[in-house]
Design a protein around this ligand. Structure first.
Ligand SMILES: [Mg+2]
Length: 232
């Protein structure tokens, strides 16, 4: 039997995770245009992950200003804007679909299944989302920075279910296992499957709070489609 809805994680699932090297290169570039000490800037950027993902900053510029204040730097608005643009462009590039991701959403929709997105992300992601090929194929996207809640808080899963008008037990959650998202999903009654595409197994992917998971796992989107028909 088919699940009523399949809910996808974004980074590491529908799009690639950032690599640590690329992320550091981008942060170095931002520090450089701000004339900020690189290591301190990187440290404070990484330390503000939770705040960035739960809506404390309404834009990348606000996040950058917060860090500059913490470093007692007086930075001209043009430099803040330039650094924000670097971050924005990085996120835009990061939102490139992994091979098979768009087709999988199309096939799920064609089969009558609802689709959802649940992502821990910073404010650029919801700003850029409408221009991605995913937007017309995802019935309800839920962004942590908009909800001011991140995975694995049960409330963010339940909000998505409510907006999709589905019961958690009728949902399959698919993710690469960051932010304890899989046990968060099963905790509210969803089924969950870990996706680990071969291109994602490199040691250089930036993974946040990756969880140990001994539940079902797949390596391809085709297997996700099979899993979507195996409702328990
Ligand atoms: Mg992920």
């Amino acid at each position: 039997m088919q699940y009523d809805a399949v809910i996808f994680d974004l980074f590491g699932t529908l799009v690639a995770n950032f690599t640590i090297q690329e992320h550091e290169r981008v942060l170095s570039e931002m520090a450089s245009v701000l004339s900020a000490p690189r290591d301190d800037f990187v440290r404070l950027w990484l330390a503000s992950f939770n705040e960035r993902c739960t809506g404390k900053f309404e834009s990348p510029a606000a996040n950058i200003e917060h860090i500059c204040q913490a470093l007692h730097l007086s930075v001209p608005p043009e430099a803040v804007e330039a650094a924000a643009r670097i971050r924005f462009d990085f996120t835009r590039r990061s939102l490139t679909p992994l091979p098979g991701a768009v087709e999988t959403l199309e096939r799920l929709k064609a089969s009558g299944c609802k689709t959802g997105l649940l992502t821990d992300c910073s404010p650029e992601t919801p700003m850029l989302w409408p221009d991605t090929p995913f937007a017309p194929l995802v019935d309800v996207p839920v962004f942590s920075c908009v909800e001011r809640l991140k995975k694995p808080d049960p409330r963010i899963y339940l909000r998505l279910c409510k907006r999709l008008a589905v019961e958690p037990q009728a949902c399959l959650y698919v993710g690469d296992g960051g932010s304890h998202e899989l046990t968060g999903a099963t905790g509210v009654g969803m089924s969950a499957v870990l996706i680990r595409a071969p291109s994602q197994t490199g040691h250089d992917a930036l993974r946040i709070d990756e969880e140990q998971w001994d539940g079902p796992a797949v390596a391809t989107f085709d297997e996700v489609l099979v899993s979507s028909t195996q409702r328990k």
